[in-house]
Design a protein around this ligand. Structure first.
Ligand code: ATP
Length: 265
Protein backbone atom coordinates (compact mmCIF):
# COMPACT_ATOMS: atom_id res chain seq x y z
CA UNK A 1 0.00 0.00 0.00
CA UNK A 2 1.26 3.45 -0.81
CA UNK A 3 0.25 6.78 0.62
CA UNK A 4 1.15 8.38 -2.69
CA UNK A 5 -1.80 9.73 -4.63
CA UNK A 6 -2.37 8.40 -8.09
CA UNK A 7 -0.47 10.34 -10.72
CA UNK A 8 -2.43 11.99 -13.48
CA UNK A 9 -1.12 13.06 -16.82
CA UNK A 10 -2.77 16.27 -17.90
CA UNK A 11 -2.84 18.23 -21.08
CA UNK A 12 -2.86 21.73 -19.66
CA UNK A 13 -4.67 24.52 -21.43
CA UNK A 14 -3.09 27.58 -19.84
CA UNK A 15 -1.72 29.96 -22.49
CA UNK A 16 0.66 32.85 -21.87
CA UNK A 17 -2.23 35.17 -22.64
CA UNK A 18 -4.12 33.78 -19.62
CA UNK A 19 -1.43 35.06 -17.27
CA UNK A 20 -1.40 38.77 -16.45
CA UNK A 21 2.13 40.19 -16.62
CA UNK A 22 3.60 37.08 -18.21
CA UNK A 23 5.59 38.99 -20.83
CA UNK A 24 8.73 39.33 -18.68
CA UNK A 25 8.69 35.70 -17.59
CA UNK A 26 8.11 34.62 -21.15
CA UNK A 27 11.13 36.66 -22.23
CA UNK A 28 13.27 35.14 -19.52
CA UNK A 29 12.29 31.68 -20.74
CA UNK A 30 12.87 32.22 -24.47
CA UNK A 31 16.41 30.85 -24.47
CA UNK A 32 15.44 27.90 -22.30
CA UNK A 33 12.23 26.88 -24.05
CA UNK A 34 12.27 28.28 -27.56
CA UNK A 35 15.87 27.70 -28.60
CA UNK A 36 15.95 23.95 -27.89
CA UNK A 37 12.70 23.47 -29.80
CA UNK A 38 13.53 25.74 -32.74
CA UNK A 39 17.28 25.33 -33.11
CA UNK A 40 18.30 21.93 -31.70
CA UNK A 41 21.01 21.33 -34.34
CA UNK A 42 22.61 24.72 -33.76
CA UNK A 43 22.69 24.13 -30.01
CA UNK A 44 24.27 20.71 -30.55
CA UNK A 45 26.84 22.17 -32.93
CA UNK A 46 27.79 24.72 -30.29
CA UNK A 47 27.75 22.05 -27.58
CA UNK A 48 25.15 23.98 -25.65
CA UNK A 49 23.06 21.64 -23.62
CA UNK A 50 19.46 22.55 -23.09
CA UNK A 51 18.28 22.87 -19.53
CA UNK A 52 16.54 19.92 -17.90
CA UNK A 53 15.43 21.70 -14.77
CA UNK A 54 13.83 25.11 -14.20
CA UNK A 55 13.13 26.48 -10.74
CA UNK A 56 10.35 29.04 -10.45
CA UNK A 57 10.61 30.95 -7.20
CA UNK A 58 8.71 33.78 -5.57
CA UNK A 59 5.88 34.61 -3.17
CA UNK A 60 2.70 32.49 -2.98
CA UNK A 61 -0.19 33.05 -5.34
CA UNK A 62 1.86 34.80 -8.02
CA UNK A 63 1.42 32.38 -10.95
CA UNK A 64 4.25 29.86 -10.56
CA UNK A 65 1.83 26.98 -11.18
CA UNK A 66 0.15 28.84 -14.05
CA UNK A 67 3.57 29.52 -15.59
CA UNK A 68 4.54 25.84 -15.36
CA UNK A 69 1.31 24.91 -17.11
CA UNK A 70 1.79 27.57 -19.79
CA UNK A 71 5.27 26.24 -20.53
CA UNK A 72 3.80 22.77 -21.03
CA UNK A 73 0.87 24.00 -23.11
CA UNK A 74 2.93 26.22 -25.39
CA UNK A 75 5.65 23.60 -25.91
CA UNK A 76 3.10 20.79 -26.40
CA UNK A 77 4.27 18.73 -23.42
CA UNK A 78 2.28 16.37 -21.23
CA UNK A 79 2.05 17.61 -17.67
CA UNK A 80 2.44 15.72 -14.42
CA UNK A 81 1.96 17.72 -11.24
CA UNK A 82 3.10 16.55 -7.83
CA UNK A 83 3.51 18.26 -4.48
CA UNK A 84 6.78 17.94 -2.61
CA UNK A 85 4.99 17.09 0.60
CA UNK A 86 3.39 14.03 -1.01
CA UNK A 87 6.79 12.37 -0.96
CA UNK A 88 7.28 12.55 2.75
CA UNK A 89 6.34 8.99 3.61
CA UNK A 90 6.79 7.14 6.82
CA UNK A 91 8.08 3.89 5.37
CA UNK A 92 11.76 3.67 4.55
CA UNK A 93 12.38 3.73 0.84
CA UNK A 94 8.80 4.46 -0.11
CA UNK A 95 9.34 8.10 -1.07
CA UNK A 96 12.24 7.13 -3.30
CA UNK A 97 10.19 4.42 -4.97
CA UNK A 98 7.31 6.84 -5.52
CA UNK A 99 9.67 9.41 -7.03
CA UNK A 100 11.18 6.87 -9.42
CA UNK A 101 7.65 5.89 -10.38
CA UNK A 102 6.87 9.50 -11.33
CA UNK A 103 9.91 9.67 -13.59
CA UNK A 104 8.96 6.33 -15.20
CA UNK A 105 5.51 7.66 -15.90
CA UNK A 106 6.92 10.90 -17.32
CA UNK A 107 9.28 8.99 -19.63
CA UNK A 108 6.37 6.93 -20.94
CA UNK A 109 4.43 10.14 -21.58
CA UNK A 110 7.34 12.07 -23.10
CA UNK A 111 7.75 14.74 -24.22
CA UNK A 112 6.53 15.72 -20.81
CA UNK A 113 6.96 17.95 -17.81
CA UNK A 114 7.08 16.94 -14.17
CA UNK A 115 6.06 19.89 -12.02
CA UNK A 116 7.12 19.71 -8.37
CA UNK A 117 5.12 22.24 -6.40
CA UNK A 118 6.70 23.10 -3.03
CA UNK A 119 9.95 21.40 -3.96
CA UNK A 120 11.40 22.59 -0.63
CA UNK A 121 9.41 19.87 1.14
CA UNK A 122 11.77 17.30 -0.36
CA UNK A 123 14.74 19.44 -1.36
CA UNK A 124 15.55 21.42 1.79
CA UNK A 125 19.18 20.95 2.80
CA UNK A 126 18.14 20.42 6.42
CA UNK A 127 16.49 17.20 5.34
CA UNK A 128 19.95 15.83 4.62
CA UNK A 129 20.35 14.96 8.28
CA UNK A 130 17.13 13.01 8.20
CA UNK A 131 15.97 10.51 5.64
CA UNK A 132 15.72 13.40 3.17
CA UNK A 133 19.20 12.73 1.87
CA UNK A 134 17.93 9.71 -0.02
CA UNK A 135 15.09 11.49 -1.69
CA UNK A 136 17.37 14.33 -2.85
CA UNK A 137 19.88 11.79 -4.16
CA UNK A 138 17.10 9.93 -5.96
CA UNK A 139 15.90 13.18 -7.53
CA UNK A 140 19.44 14.06 -8.66
CA UNK A 141 19.97 10.59 -10.13
CA UNK A 142 16.67 10.72 -11.98
CA UNK A 143 17.47 14.17 -13.35
CA UNK A 144 20.79 12.89 -14.71
CA UNK A 145 18.88 10.49 -16.93
CA UNK A 146 16.33 12.75 -18.60
CA UNK A 147 16.44 14.71 -21.81
CA UNK A 148 14.81 18.06 -21.11
CA UNK A 149 12.35 19.50 -23.62
CA UNK A 150 12.78 16.60 -26.06
CA UNK A 151 12.20 14.05 -23.33
CA UNK A 152 11.33 14.90 -19.75
CA UNK A 153 11.66 18.44 -18.42
CA UNK A 154 11.51 19.10 -14.70
CA UNK A 155 9.93 22.26 -13.36
CA UNK A 156 9.74 23.11 -9.69
CA UNK A 157 8.27 25.87 -7.59
CA UNK A 158 9.18 27.21 -4.18
CA UNK A 159 8.81 30.34 -2.13
CA UNK A 160 11.90 29.44 -0.09
CA UNK A 161 14.70 28.91 -2.62
CA UNK A 162 17.34 29.73 0.01
CA UNK A 163 16.65 26.55 1.99
CA UNK A 164 17.19 24.21 -0.98
CA UNK A 165 20.07 21.80 -1.00
CA UNK A 166 22.71 23.49 -3.22
CA UNK A 167 23.25 20.18 -5.03
CA UNK A 168 19.86 20.72 -6.64
CA UNK A 169 21.02 23.95 -8.25
CA UNK A 170 24.16 22.65 -9.95
CA UNK A 171 24.51 22.51 -13.75
CA UNK A 172 22.39 19.74 -15.22
CA UNK A 173 19.91 19.99 -12.36
CA UNK A 174 17.82 23.09 -11.68
CA UNK A 175 20.21 25.37 -13.52
CA UNK A 176 17.65 27.95 -14.63
CA UNK A 177 16.18 30.08 -11.85
CA UNK A 178 13.26 32.29 -12.74
CA UNK A 179 11.85 34.78 -10.27
CA UNK A 180 8.10 35.24 -10.43
CA UNK A 181 7.19 38.25 -8.34
CA UNK A 182 4.00 40.02 -7.36
CA UNK A 183 2.24 41.65 -10.31
CA UNK A 184 3.28 45.22 -11.12
CA UNK A 185 0.73 47.90 -12.06
CA UNK A 186 0.49 46.83 -15.68
CA UNK A 187 0.15 43.17 -14.72
CA UNK A 188 -2.55 44.00 -12.19
CA UNK A 189 -4.52 45.80 -14.89
CA UNK A 190 -4.13 42.74 -17.11
CA UNK A 191 -5.29 40.37 -14.38
CA UNK A 192 -8.37 42.45 -13.56
CA UNK A 193 -9.20 42.71 -17.26
CA UNK A 194 -8.73 38.96 -17.73
CA UNK A 195 -10.98 38.23 -14.78
CA UNK A 196 -13.79 40.58 -15.79
CA UNK A 197 -13.73 40.41 -19.59
CA UNK A 198 -16.56 37.91 -19.92
CA UNK A 199 -18.66 39.53 -17.20
CA UNK A 200 -21.18 42.37 -17.10
CA UNK A 201 -18.76 45.05 -15.96
CA UNK A 202 -20.06 48.58 -15.51
CA UNK A 203 -18.11 50.73 -18.02
CA UNK A 204 -17.66 53.24 -15.19
CA UNK A 205 -15.47 50.83 -13.22
CA UNK A 206 -11.98 52.31 -13.28
CA UNK A 207 -9.68 49.33 -13.72
CA UNK A 208 -6.51 51.42 -13.65
CA UNK A 209 -7.55 52.99 -10.35
CA UNK A 210 -8.30 49.53 -8.92
CA UNK A 211 -4.87 48.38 -10.01
CA UNK A 212 -3.30 51.40 -8.30
CA UNK A 213 -5.12 50.61 -5.08
CA UNK A 214 -4.00 46.98 -5.08
CA UNK A 215 -0.25 47.50 -4.96
CA UNK A 216 1.31 44.50 -3.20
CA UNK A 217 -1.60 42.15 -3.93
CA UNK A 218 -0.72 38.73 -5.31
CA UNK A 219 -2.38 37.51 -8.49
CA UNK A 220 -4.47 35.11 -6.41
CA UNK A 221 -5.63 37.98 -4.16
CA UNK A 222 -6.62 40.07 -7.18
CA UNK A 223 -8.58 37.17 -8.60
CA UNK A 224 -10.36 36.84 -5.28
CA UNK A 225 -11.24 40.58 -5.27
CA UNK A 226 -12.79 40.16 -8.73
CA UNK A 227 -14.72 37.14 -7.48
CA UNK A 228 -16.03 38.98 -4.43
CA UNK A 229 -17.20 41.88 -6.58
CA UNK A 230 -18.93 39.43 -8.91
CA UNK A 231 -20.62 37.78 -5.93
CA UNK A 232 -22.14 41.12 -4.84
CA UNK A 233 -23.64 41.46 -8.29
CA UNK A 234 -24.83 37.85 -8.21
CA UNK A 235 -26.56 38.50 -4.88
CA UNK A 236 -28.58 41.34 -6.43
CA UNK A 237 -29.34 39.22 -9.46
CA UNK A 238 -30.62 36.32 -7.35
CA UNK A 239 -32.81 38.61 -5.23
CA UNK A 240 -34.46 40.12 -8.29
CA UNK A 241 -34.66 36.81 -10.10
CA UNK A 242 -36.53 35.37 -7.10
CA UNK A 243 -38.93 38.29 -7.21
CA UNK A 244 -39.36 37.66 -10.91
CA UNK A 245 -38.19 41.15 -11.75
CA UNK A 246 -35.89 42.43 -14.42
CA UNK A 247 -32.75 44.11 -13.14
CA UNK A 248 -32.79 47.84 -13.63
CA UNK A 249 -30.01 49.18 -15.79
CA UNK A 250 -28.00 50.46 -12.83
CA UNK A 251 -28.15 47.09 -11.13
CA UNK A 252 -27.29 45.04 -14.20
CA UNK A 253 -23.57 45.57 -13.83
CA UNK A 254 -20.72 44.73 -11.55
CA UNK A 255 -20.14 48.23 -10.23
CA UNK A 256 -17.36 50.27 -8.71
CA UNK A 257 -19.22 49.91 -5.43
CA UNK A 258 -19.03 46.13 -5.70
CA UNK A 259 -15.27 46.45 -6.03
CA UNK A 260 -15.04 48.89 -3.12
CA UNK A 261 -16.97 46.41 -1.02
CA UNK A 262 -14.69 43.56 -2.16
CA UNK A 263 -11.57 45.57 -1.35
CA UNK A 264 -12.94 46.34 2.08
CA UNK A 265 -13.11 42.65 2.89
P1 ATP B 1 1.61 28.94 -4.57
O1 ATP B 1 3.03 29.30 -4.26
O2 ATP B 1 0.63 29.35 -3.50
O3 ATP B 1 1.42 27.54 -5.09
P2 ATP B 1 1.59 29.98 -7.26
O4 ATP B 1 2.63 31.04 -7.41
O5 ATP B 1 1.86 28.65 -7.83
O6 ATP B 1 1.15 29.91 -5.76
P3 ATP B 1 -0.75 29.93 -8.89
O7 ATP B 1 -1.24 28.65 -8.32
O8 ATP B 1 -0.18 29.91 -10.24
O9 ATP B 1 0.28 30.59 -7.87
O10 ATP B 1 -1.89 31.04 -8.83
C1 ATP B 1 -3.00 30.87 -8.00
C2 ATP B 1 -4.21 31.43 -8.69
O11 ATP B 1 -4.11 32.86 -8.70
C3 ATP B 1 -4.32 31.04 -10.14
O12 ATP B 1 -5.07 29.88 -10.32
C4 ATP B 1 -5.01 32.25 -10.76
O13 ATP B 1 -6.40 32.17 -10.57
C5 ATP B 1 -4.51 33.40 -9.94
N1 ATP B 1 -3.37 34.13 -10.50
C6 ATP B 1 -2.18 34.33 -9.89
N2 ATP B 1 -1.38 35.07 -10.65
C7 ATP B 1 -2.05 35.35 -11.78
C8 ATP B 1 -1.74 36.07 -12.97
N3 ATP B 1 -0.56 36.68 -13.13
N4 ATP B 1 -2.68 36.14 -13.95
C9 ATP B 1 -3.87 35.54 -13.79
N5 ATP B 1 -4.22 34.84 -12.70
C10 ATP B 1 -3.33 34.74 -11.70
Amino acid sequence: PTAMKEVFIETPKVRWTDIGGSADVKDALTQVIEWPLKFPEKLAELELESSKGILLYGPPGCSKTLTAKAIATEAGLNFIAVKGAEFIQSYVGESERALRGIFDKARQASPSVIFFDEIDAIGASSRGQQSGLNIVTTLLNEMDGIGGLQGVLVLAATNKPEILDPALLRPGRFDELIYIGPPNLEARIEIINLRTRSKPLDPDVNVAALALRTDGYSGAELVSVCMEATKSYMKRWVELETLGEQMSTTEAWITQQDFDHALGK
